[in-house]
Structures are given as structure tokens and as C-alpha cells.
Design a protein around this ligand. Sequence first.
Ligand code: C5P
Length: 241
Amino acid sequence: MTRRDGPDLILAVDVKRPAEAERILDPLKGNLRYVKIGPRLFAAGGMRFVRRVIRAGFSVFLDLKLHDIPNTVAEAVDLFARNGIWALTLHASGGEEMLRAAGSAKVGAGSALMLLGVTVLTSMDQRSLDMTSPGSGLQGTILSRARLCEDCGLDGIVCSPRDLPLIVPRFTDRLVTVVPGIRDGQGVQDDQKRTASLEDALEMGADYVVIGRPIVRAPLPLEAMSAYSERLERWRGNNGY
Ligand code: C5P
């Protein structure tokens, strides 16, 4: 299921208000395809805002990371699947029944919605995983959750760029990889712990890279966006796309 037309960029438009998001998105119409909407903006703008973004020509990745009992998740997936959402996240730790219920709801809605399992948050390292799931190795947890996503018929997973060497050789062509935690430079700059640069993530086989704060919190977001787009285009050009 790896993208034949090369990797692409998803802008995580993590701002407070729909109007602020639209100020960033309006000038990007035609140049940017994928937009990620998270819980804060979804809470502020609801489906009405999401539909406006879709009508403006963007493919919406709704990153709500659903994690609930199977019936509740299936009902939410059914609604999103009928509303033209491009991709939706679920926590793989929600378990087999929950993931299968989500898949059935999508099929029942006759939708092309892409269901993505979050393996382990990119803000978590071994220490934080030890606190929630004592005794679980980070790599083993990521792998077993990715396998579960595949078995349950999900389209892809969200993982850290650092997980790609583990994931790509095992799941290429079967799971799309959506990769946040894109940062230039070394060291912790914010809550993201397992990070890599855009080029390193692409080199390691990311299908989609998710970039938020380095663009939306830049002093000039549109300039930051075009700098990332140019880097992506350069990489695609150098790699035969
Ligand atoms: O601002 P930043 O570039 O860190 O944005 C990354 C985005 O990807 C955020 O919206 C965050 O919620 C999301 N995300 C993540 N790690 C995951 C899943 C989603 O950082 N495992």
C-alpha cells in the first residue's frame, strides 16, 4: 500500500480557532492537499468546519485517536466515513474487537476512509511506556500493535520516524506509514521525543510526514510551509518521483 506517487506532507493545523486555521489554509489552496485536524480545532469548529475545509479542496485527516468500546468507536467511524473524511486515527491499544468494529463500520458506510492505528505516541519513550504498561519493550509493543492493525484490516499506522526501520521492512505495501515527530536539529525542543528530520524520515520510508508546530508556530507560517514543500520536492526529484 506504499504510495506509488511518492511521499507527501500533511499539515497539522493545530491552532485554536477555525478562523485562524482558515487564514493559514486559504493561501495554500492548490499547493497543499492534506490537512490534519486535531481535537482542539475539532472541538472549536465541529463537523461544520471540517466540511468547509473539505469543500475548500483539502483532504482531511481527523486525528481524534479514538479509544473506546467497540460499539462507540464503530458509531463514530460510521459518521466520519459518511462525511468525506480522508483519514481517521484509532489507538491500536484499543484492541482487536475495537479495531475490527471500526473496519466493519467503514465498510458498512461504503467509504474510502483510511483508518490509521496509533501504535505508541511519538511523545512516549521507554520510560513513559514503563509507567503505563510495565514490562513492555517499546519496539515489541510497536511491532505487535502494527501487526494487530494489519490483522484487523486497517489501512495504515501512525508511528515515529525512529520506528520506520522496524516497520517498513515488515509491512511495506500492506500498511501506509503516517509519521509525525518531524524536527530539525538534535535534542528535545518540545514534547516530541522520538524525532527525525524531514529528509531522514523520507529516507527511512515514510509515506506521509505530519508537520505541525514547526510550520504553524513559525514566525511566518506560509514561508515555513513553502520551505518544507521545497525540501519535499527536492527529495522527490532526487529519488525518481
Ligand atoms: O507540532 P508537531 O509537528 O509535533 O505535530 C505533530 C502532530 O501529529 C500533532 O498534531 C500530534 O497530535 C500528532 N501526532 C503525534 N504523534 C502520534 C500521533 C499523532 O505527534 N503518535
